[in-house]
Write a protein that binds this ligand. Structure first.
Ligand SMILES: [Cu+2]
Length: 159
């Protein structure tokens, strides 16, 4: 299953809260104090699809089982933009351990929201920027343990 037209807006209050006449705080309202900690433009773009099958309880990145996957390689101090497209019917809280990441509001916009874990809603496309400022092996994964254990996990190597 692939989402043909993922949405990228951050101002959706969510199911049950839309069009109710009250103001709902969304990610579009947030700002990182002090601005972008690394204002460099990303040197490279990486796109990953969050994939799975709810009935068979299979979860993965780009449809690849963890044991068959290859690590993502980041260069030391490289600035990257990672885009996640959620092709599943569930929200996934994605963590790029051990770093915080700066979520992009829209492609090319410079008002990041700094986050530890980026929640990607169903049929949503989310981009964040990250600096490879820690050498070694990182864990890029869904924070729902049973998704991570079922292969929604990818090793990142900074070397
Ligand atoms: Cu998940």
């Amino acid at each position: 299953m692939r989402v043909d037209y993922p949405r990228a807006n951050l101002d959706d209050p969510g199911a049950g809260l839309r069009g109710r006449g009250w103001r709902v705080l969304t990610l579009a309202d947030l700002r990182t104090p002090g601005g972008d900690p690394d204002p460099r433009e990303p040197e490279r773009d990486i796109e990953l699809h969050l994939t799975g099958n709810l009935e068979q309880f299979m979860w993965s990145l780009d449809g690849i089982k963890l044991n068959n996957s290859r690590p993502l390689h980041f260069k030391p101090n490289e600035r990257l933009r990672v885009s996640l497209v959620n092709d599943t019917m569930m929200a996934h809280p994605i963590h790029c351990c051990p770093r915080h990441v700066e979520r992009c509001r829209r492609p090319g916009q410079h008002l990041p929201v700094r986050e530890h874990t980026v929640v990607v809603q169903p049929a949503q496309r989310v981009s964040f920027r990250v600096t490879a400022d820690a050498m070694g092996r990182w864990a890029f994964h869904c924070h729902l343990l049973y998704h991570m254990a079922a292969s929604m996990f990818r090793e990142v190597v900074v070397a």
